[in-house]
Write a protein that binds this ligand. Structure first.
Ligand SMILES: [Fe+2]
Ligand SMILES: [Fe+2]
Length: 167
């Protein structure tokens, strides 16, 4: 693939992914403000941007999506960088600016990313396991639990009802 096209596909992938989530937030706001018809429009376009995201990603194919072992390895490294480099810096800067909500959000994300790294590491060692685990994701902080949802989230203390099952 040409260098420019590969760079543009990557840029389009990131831009469309951001648009997807931004539009979902706009839809939520429109719902809150009593504009359900506008919320529906934002959700429809958000879905379209999701389609674009996946399409760009598929074309990027071999550049981004490698074999599963390599994907686990890359995901593990990204989580380590997020929890060890990026979030610690974000936390320091939020503390400097005395933004308590950002400090809490970044701190919980850092702890959660550590957990994700551990899950990937474990999966790398057990790639040939013949049982498919069930995971439960905390919808508040993103903590991932295996087998069953905890009574309370160990990172953000959210109750069990906040966990969503992913298989
Ligand atoms: Fe993560
Ligand atoms: Fe949580």
């Amino acid at each position: 693939m040409g260098e420019k096209t590969s760079r543009n596909l990557h840029e389009a992938f990131v831009g469309e992914a951001k648009a997807h989530f931004r539009l979902l937030a706009y839809a939520e706001k429109a719902e809150e403000e009593g504009f359900p018809q506008i919320a529906a429009l934002f959700r429809a376009v958000a879905e379209a941007e999701r389609v674009h995201t996946i399409r760009n990603l598929k074309l990027l194919g071999e550049v981004v999506v490698k074999d599963t072992e390599a994907n686990l390895q890359a995901s593990f490294q990204r989580e380590e960088k997020a929890s060890g480099v990026y979030y610690p810096q974000f936390i320091r800067e939020a503390e400097e600016e005395e933004d308590r909500r950002a400090v809490i959000s970044f701190s919980q994300a850092r702890d959660v990313e550590e957990g994700h790294a551990a899950l990937y590491k474990h999966a790398l060692r057990h790639m040939l396991a013949d049982t498919t685990p069930v995971y439960y994701v905390c919808e508040v902080c993103g903590y991932v639990a295996e087998i069953e949802a905890p009574e309370r989230c160990p990172v953000c203390n959210a109750p069990r009802e906040q966990f969503r099952q992913v298989a």
